[in-house]
Design a protein around this ligand. Structure first.
Ligand code: ADP
Ligand code: MG
Length: 435
């Protein structure tokens, strides 16, 4: 079966009926997913149990196993783009692990930041801080770039038991996924709101947070089995009337995944996936997709369509997006198996290549504007003629006369050639008669 690759460009709309440059800019950048690992401090529970710290960050990229001897096949050293130790603050995790990818959205490149790890390893803690810092930086950039006009829109969803719920519009029920021929998979009727400013965006994000907490209390343990996606759409265009009619548009996703201990369980249970069972189809499919994409021969079928999460995030997994994954883990010996699973996932993820493009949109409105500018330019040329000096007018008149005479000469030449032809024929006839 042919590989189901992500569509080349998410065809977002800026104006009512835009004309899109096919596939965005011709330049696409191939790069691997940026993978970092964050080890949190021991929790109160782990401290109370006198749990042993068995993971240590040897340098900024290496994490070592320092616990009692284990299965000989298990590696004791892992290398990633960055590793963050127990004392590391979220600000630094953001700076070194997510900022560069997140800020790409300002220049029309889709970006996704994931947190992956077992329950209580620090995913939500990390993603909250990362989202907050990214929002601050987005608005800092907007303030420092007065020549461009930015629009930021937000939508948010939760995927629980393969049900997609709108976090911005509580009570809207389960939402359907549709395949848009231009945009790829979209969530039908998902509410999207325009953020008026930084404070408004923060407020909208806090509504999503509250909504998640409502879900957590209603459904015991739901938080560790649900995925949350906050999606910002960042659009920008030049304020000035200029020759450039292109806008940038990109989505920036913040994804807080379900606890990955379930993924390990599901692998043990096998493929007995039933609707409504405790098995997390989305997380299982995500790990499958990552494993398939990371294998050397990635020509096989990639099962994006097997789960809601992978369908929604298709572009971010080996497609038109820059992606950063922050894998979180506990340092405790008790969770060594879960941590190894996380590190295995991280090792696969760093082999996945994405091909991000700059997504440019030309709107009808902007095209009309460009044509209007062209008309204005031609009219200005006409006006220049109207305001010429007497000698310039004389030259223009002479030029015009020369052009007129050239046309007349051309006509006279044609008449002469015709007369010659007629003369030739007459001579021929006369000659024939004499003969
Ligand atoms: P998860 O979302 O992975 O289930 P949480 O983010 O909810 O885990 O974290 C579990 C607990 O650990 C929370 O009380 C959180 O405040 C704390 N925690 C997580 N990571 C850190 C960290 N790096 N430093 C301090 N506390 C942390
Ligand atoms: Mg959480």
């Amino acid at each position: 079966m042919a590989a189901s690759r992500p569509p080349s460009t998410p065809m977002s709309k800026i104006e009512r009926a835009p004309t899109l440059t096919p596939g965005g800019s011709s330049k696409s950048k191939e790069e691997k997913i940026f993978v970092t690992v964050r080890v949190r401090p021991l929790s109160k529970k782990e401290l109370a149990m006198k749990d042993q710290v068995v993971w240590e960050c040897a340098d900024s990229q290496t994490i070592l196993y320092k616990g009692p001897p284990q299965d000989r096949a298990a590696p004791t050293s892992y290398t990633f783009d960055k590793v963050f130790g127990q004392s590391c603050q979220t600000d630094l995790v953001y700076e070194d692990g997510a900022k560069d990818v997140a800020m790409s959205a300002l220049t029309g490149i889709n970006a996704t930041i994931f947190a992956y790890g077992q329950t209580s390893s620090g995913k939500t803690f990390t993603m909250r801080g990362v989202t907050e810092s990214a929002v601050s930086d987005l608005y800092k950039h907007i303030e420092n770039t007065p020549e461009r006009e930015f629009t930021i829109k937000i939508s948010a969803m939760e995927i629980y038991n393969e049900d997609v719920k709108d976090l911005l519009k509580p009570g809207s029920g389960s939402l359907r996924l549709l395949d848009d021929p231009e945009k790829g998979p979209i969530v039908d009727k998902l509410d999207e709101q325009v953020a008026k400013d930084k404070e408004h965006l923060r407020h909208l994000i806090s509504i999503c947070e509250e909504q998640r907490q409502v879900g957590e209390t209603a459904l015991n343990d739901a938080s560790s089995r649900s995925h949350q996606i906050i999606k910002l759409t960042v659009e920008s265009k030049l304020r000035e009337v200029s020759g450039c009619v292109k806008s940038f548009v990109a989505s920036l996703n913040f994804v807080d995944l379900a606890g990955s201990e379930r993924a390990a369980q599901t692998q043990a249970i096998g493929a007995r996936l039933k609707e409504g069972s405790h098995i997390n189809r989305s997380l299982l499919t995500l790990t499958k997709v990552i494993r398939k994409l990371s294998s050397e021969k990635r020509s096989g079928h990639i099962p994006y369509r097997d789960s809601k999460l992978t369908r929604i995030l298709q572009l971010s997994l080996g497609g038109n997006a820059r992606t950063a994954i922050i894998c979180t883990m506990s340092p405790a010996l008790t969770y060594v198996e879960q941590s190894r699973n996380t590190l295995f996932f991280a090792t696969c993820a760093k082999e996945v290549t994405n091909t991000a493009k700059v997504n440019m949109v030309i709107s009808d409105k902007q095209l009309v504007k460009q044509l209007q500018m062209e008309v204005a330019r031609l009219q200005a040329g006409q006006r220049t003629a109207d305001h010429a000096s007497p000698s310039e007018i004389l030259i223009m008149e002479k030029d015009s006369k020369i052009r007129q005479m050239e046309i007349e000469m051309e006509e006279l030449r044609k008449e002469r050639d015709n007369a010659r032809l007629q003369l030739e024929e007459l001579r021929k006839k006369m000659g024939d008669k004499q003969v």
